[in-house]
Write a protein that binds this ligand. Structure first.
Ligand SMILES: Cc1cc2nc3c(=O)[nH]c(=O)nc-3n(C[C@H](O)[C@H](O)[C@H](O)COP(=O)(O)OP(=O)(O)OC[C@H]3O[C@@H](n4cnc5c(N)ncnc54)[C@H](O)[C@@H]3O)c2cc1C
Length: 329
């Protein structure tokens, strides 16, 4: 297959691209393709509130996404992109101060080197057994603001959104030259990938006092995800991670346990009003699937799914790799 496929009567014709999925991965991928001048339609079912992207925290830091070398490269690319987006008023991206308490062998410590202005801090500030601590500047993604902003940005750049549930990837209409599969957990059925699995995550939303402006993360034993993120409309506390658990009902026990854990970082959290709890499913996979498949009908299917707990952190880096594949066809 070559780019010649898209040459008609000696004139280059831009391929018509269908992006399947309008979570953060689909929209981010669509954006970079549009910026490069491609014609993009986004096909997705009408389930936005229940997607992984809408259930996320979120902030920039790799978590449960592999392999580490690619995740580091993708994270670095996305970090730089968010630094620019943060300058746009109303985007929902905020470069803010992040305090991180962890153990020396934390598997994602490499991410620290990718951040701005990092320095070591006192590891005894929190009531956990940890061995080092640092502060740095990372992008905070205010999901309820950022996702609608990103969708309107992509539509302004010329994408068309078609709300459409697909039973299989072969249901994508034949008039597209290239299909980009950004279906997250949906890839399990769309392309029969049995290696995709849910990683359930619950978060709690509290009323946010104005003076809490920084985020906090503790990586501790026994394993737990202790996270405090200040967003415009609330203070988000995390969280849980349980593999192969499809349950999206929030649990009262988890809610209480999350508040208790986070209060070991900021004791005042125990007295704040609880606004709600929600659970969603991260699209887990042994490694992110990012590769091209050449179909018998002459079309190209590019997979971009399985981002685990890092879709926001690595999304732009992955989208740029997809763009490079498309440019090379
Ligand atoms: C509690 C929690 C906290 C998180 N925190 C962070 C964080 O701090 N930082 C971070 O980087 N990441 C975080 N994540 C992970 C991040 O949210 C995911 O990696 C990311 O949202 C995955 O995006 P996606 O677009 O692949 O999937 P999704 O958002 O699930 O989107 C999938 C899209 O595919 C479409 N689709 C699927 N099947 C079909 C079908 N059959 N037909 C048509 N359309 C279909 C859906 O409609 C949807 O539009 C968190 C996730 C959770 C749950």
């Amino acid at each position: 297959m070559s780019y010649l496929k898209f040459i008609i009567m000696g004139q280059k014709k831009m391929p018509k691209i269908a992006v399947v999925g309008r979570g953060v991965i689909g929209l981010t991928t669509a954006e970079l393709l549009l910026d490069a001048g491609y014609q993009v339609h986004i096909l997705a079912k009408d389930d936005l509130p229940y997607t992984s992207s809408m259930g996320a925290g979120a902030y920039w830091w790799p978590h449960k996404a592999y392999p580490p070398d690619l995740v580091a490269r993708w994270s670095g690319f996305s970090y730089n992109r968010y630094r620019d987006i943060a300058k746009i008023p109303g985007s929902g991206i905020n470069m803010h101060t992040h305090f991180r308490y962890c153990v020396k062998d934390d598997e994602t410590r490499y991410a620290l080197e990718l951040t701005d202005k990092w320095s070591m801090i006192d590891q005894n500030d929190v009531d956990f057994k940890i061995t080092e601590a640092f502060q740095c500047v990372v992008p905070l993604i205010d999901v309820p603001v950022y996702m609608p902003w990103l969708l309107s940005r992509v539509l302004e750049k010329g994408a068309e959104l078609l709300v459409h549930e697909l039973a299989s990837i072969s249901d994508v209409p034949v008039d597209y030259d290239i299909i980009i599969n950004c279906s997250g957990l949906g890839a399990k059925t769309l392309v029969n990938d049995s290696s995709v699995f849910p990683i359930r995550g619950q978060i709690v939303r509290l009323e946010r006092p104005e003076h809490i402006n920084n985020s906090y993360r503790v990586v501790h034993e026994p394993p737990g995800l202790t996270l405090i993120l200040p967003r415009s409309g609330d203070l988000l506390l995390g969280g849980t991670t349980s593999d192969s658990d499809f349950n999206t009902d929030p649990s009262d026990d988890d809610t209480q346990e999350i508040i208790n854990r986070c209060a070991r970082v900021l004791p005042e959290l125990k007295n704040l009003k609880v606004l709600g709890s929600q659970a969603a499913l991260r699209p887990g996979r042994e490694t992110v699937r990012l590769e091209a498949e050449f179909l018998k009908n002459g079309k190209v299917l590019i997979h971009n799914y399985g981002h685990g707990g890092s879709g926001y952190t690595i999304g732009y880096g992955c989208a740029n790799d997809v763009l490079e594949i498309v440019n090379g066809l």
